[in-house]
Design a binder for this molecule. Structure first.
Ligand SMILES: NC(=O)C1=CN([C@@H]2O[C@H](COP(=O)(O)OP(=O)(O)OC[C@H]3O[C@@H](n4cnc5c(N)ncnc54)[C@H](OP(=O)(O)O)[C@@H]3O)[C@@H](O)[C@H]2O)C=CC1
Ligand SMILES: Nc1nc2c(c(=O)[nH]1)N=C([C@H](O)[C@@H](O)CO)CN2
Length: 237
């Protein structure tokens, strides 16, 4: 029997892409979802990573993705809810629409995918099956400029507890809560310096630390319902 794939949503770039490639290096079949077509997807496809288009900004888009996921695979080893929209708050007429979109991407999509894909995880013949929610350090702190982002990531963090209770003992459900892991295009040295100063570790570590954390959760048989902070000791500053 062939191994069941690991699904990473929003896996075409940055942390999701890094994890998809590292999992592939480790011999796992991998499926990613992506929203925007781009050249780099060909590199992933050439490595045998299955790429499914998905837009989680509407309920119809989420349900359509679930249908195509079911057509693609009869089972899953794990789901990593990585897709995310780091949109700043709007003060304009679109403030409500902005909040609702972030709610759908960060909460409704993981909620519906978990409910509908439970049987795909249950069908996995390996002893361990996992769901991992990518949340954020700001869940504990709030955010002056990204309040909708922080609130909907906090909702995702809470869903970790409910799904861990609902799906135990056959599926482990955990969250990873990163603080600054990678700079964005256009961030300058002054921004980087400020970002480094926020953590006790005084660095911007890059995506390897997220893969290490994911690997820990995928390999550990006795951890469920937790949020694993990956923040360089932000609480110490
Ligand atoms: N990078 C960091 O320092 C930190 C990251 N995190 C969390 O870690 C995870 C990965 O971070 P990072 O790699 O920086 O994230 P990115 O923002 O770079 O990538 C997220 C992916 O989500 C996809 N996406 C966005 N909106 C939608 C949508 N409506 N429907 C479907 N897919 C969508 C995007 O797809 P596409 O590109 O195809 O449009 C994108 O590739 C995220 O959950 C993030 O919140 C938390 C704290 C810090
Ligand atoms: N989906 C995303 N979420 C977050 C991003 C990002 O680029 N995409 N970036 C951050 C920042 O690095 C932040 O931690 C520092 O200002 C947070 N979330």
């Amino acid at each position: 029997m062939s191994a069941s794939p690991i699904l990473i949503t929003g896996g075409a770039q940055r942390l999701g892409r890094h994890c998809a490639e590292r999992l592939r290096d480790d011999g796992h079949p991998v499926i990613i979802s992506y929203r925007r077509e781009r050249e780099e997807l060909e590199t992933l496809r050439a490595r045998g990573i299955v790429t499914l288009p998905a837009d989680f900004s509407t309920e119809a888009g989420i349900l359509d993705f679930i249908e195509r996921l079911r057509a693609e695979t009869p089972s899953l080893r794990a789901i990593v809810h990585n897709a995310s929209d780091w949109a700043p708050d709007s003060r304009g007429d679109d403030a409500g629409a902005n909040f609702e979109r972030l709610f759908r991407v960060h909460m409704l999509a993981p909620y519906l995918i978990n409910l509908h894909a439970r049987e795909l995880l249950e069908a996995c013949s390996e002893p361990q099956r996992d769901i991992v929610h990518m949340t954020d350090y700001v869940v504990q702190k709030g955010s002056r400029k990204h309040a909708a982002y922080a609130a909907t990531k906090a909702g995702l963090d809470n869903l970790t507890l409910s799904f861990a209770a609902m799906f135990a003992p056959s599926i482990q459900v955990n969250a990873i809560a990163p603080a600054m892991i990678m700079l964005n295009e256009g961030d300058d040295e002054a921004y980087a310096e400020k970002a480094r100063a926020k953590s006790a570790m005084e660095m911007i570590p890059g995506p390897g630390v997220i893969y290490q954390s994911l690997r820990y959760l995928l390999d550990n048989r006795f951890v469920t319902g937790i949020t694993l902070p990956v923040d360089g000791g932000r609480h110490l500053r």
